[in-house]
Design a protein around this ligand. Structure first.
Ligand SMILES: Cc1ncc(COP(=O)(O)O)c(C=O)c1O
Length: 408
């Protein structure tokens, strides 16, 4: 087989170019590629060797993103406990911990079990356990990992957790989750949250560990000043509640919340740590929220993740079908790497359509990289992240929260 595929060049000009570097080496058969990846031999691998659709992470942009967050947190004096929900990949978190992250936040008990088992200390499960399965697993994880923390927003959960923790003779660290703008979770701030915190503190097998409030409404608010106002509105009552807890003699170890959009805002309002997650990869929706200096684009973090696809049909003028549809991304994308002029027109289950009016041709078999407009929904349909250093594929990180968990 000698049909060398071309890929959209990553140069500023965005011209379609053949990969001269790849052309210099012998082509590998698909099963040899798989065998090489299995033994972690990435020598000479390129995008052209991969099956598509596939997730590609630009190593340089990723490293820049995680370094920027680490440096910011050190310079302003706020901890980072990054959320894993967008990547479910312990390899990502290990690199953040190496740069000073104090743990991770998880959206599901399966993620919490996985990240704890992968050696990460300081796992915070940001969703209240409910139902026998999750309550028992919370107590079991607390027994295995004393650095694990769970959250509650309801006194009934406190009773059930106390019972489950007593049954396995352990103590669960519990953070009180306060309302911070989202209806989906959080106990009302002020007296109700204080009463809940006292109830946790009095439970024999629970340890009150602090207060949480996630202002998801602030995170994607456009314009930095608007975002700051929204964050202030949602975070200040939660931090005031933490202060009430302190005054009542409770030990508030952490005041946790925040997001990628508010990472350079929330220290001012009293959070002790940030739960930001998306900044590691960024998506095309997030970069439109605008930055502190007034630019429409949020340039603090770069878009590091793409979906690599192949052009699979090319019969109509300036229209190319690609092999990435809804099953490959779940939410429609809107941006093609290196070709801002190309529009992603619609997305069926298995197909996407690219259209353009001028500019270089996109031919049958060409490789095209598209940016996800939503990270969670895109990463969630893959088992692997391929790490790219320029043209080379230099690593593969399993998305273990997807494939490795027995139960979400
Ligand atoms: C509870 C919680 N904390 C933090 C985050 C991270 O937010 P972002 O990805 O915007 O940084 C999320 C994201 O949905 C979340 O649900």
């Amino acid at each position: 087989m000698n049909s060398r595929r071309r890929f959209l060049s990553l140069t500023a000009a965005g011209a379609v170019a053949s990969s001269a570097w790849a052309a210099r080496r012998a082509e590998l058969r698909f099963n040899e590629v798989e065998a090489r990846i299995a033994r972690r031999d990435f020598r000479d691998l390129t995008r052209e060797d991969l099956g598509t659709p596939a997730l590609i992470l630009d190593e340089e942009i990723f490293n820049r993103n995680i370094r920027h967050m680490a440096e910011h947190s050190k310079s302003v004096g706020i901890n980072v406990r990054p959320h894993v929900k967008i990547h479910k990949c312990p390899e990502v978190s290990k690199r953040q911990v190496a740069l000073g992250a104090i743990g991770v936040c998880c959206a599901t008990i399966a993620e919490a079990e996985l990240f704890s088992a992968s050696g990460i200390k300081g796992v915070l499960w940001t969703c209240q356990p409910a139902g026998r399965n999750k309550i028992q697993r919370t107590a079991d994880l607390a027994k295995k990992d004393p650095t694990f923390r769970a959250v509650v927003d309801d006194p009934r959960t406190v009773d059930l957790l106390e019972e489950a923790a007593a049954a396995v003779n352990t103590k669960v660290n519990v953070v009180v989750d306060c309302w911070a703008g989202l209806e989906r979770h959080g106990c009302p701030t002020g007296e109700p949250a204080l009463a809940l915190a006292k109830k946790v503190d009095q439970a024999k097998h629970l340890k009150f560990a602090g207060v949480m409030g996630y202002s998801g409404a602030a995170s994607h608010t456009k314009g930095w000043e608007n975002r700051r106002k929204k964050s202030q509105e949602h975070v200040v009552p939660m931090v005031a509640t933490a202060e009430m807890c302190r005054k009542a003699g409770l030990n508030v170890e952490i005041i946790t919340g925040g997001s990628t959009g508010t990472y350079n805002i929330d220290k001012e309002f009293g959070l002790t740590e940030l739960q930001a997650g998306s900044f590691v990869f960024m998506d095309t929706a997030y970069i439109k929220i605008g930055n502190k200096s007034g630019d429409a684009m949020y340039s603090d973090f770069g878009t590091a993740l793409t979906v690599l696809t192949t052009v699979i049909s090319r019969n109509h003028r300036n229209i190319a079908s690609i092999d990435a549809g809804n099953k490959a991304m779940l939410k429609p994308t809107d941006a093609v790497k290196g070709r801002p002029d190309v529009v992603v027109k619609n997305q069926g289950a298995e197909y996407g359509l690219l259209t353009w009016t001028s500019g270089p041709e996109i031919g049958l078999g060409d490789l095209v990289e598209i940016y996800p407009s939503n990270l969670d929904m895109s990463v969630n349909v893959y088992d692997r992240i391929y790490v790219a250093r320029g043209e080379k594929i230099v690593d593969m990180w399993p998305i273990m929260g997807r494939a490795g968990a027995p139960q979400r």
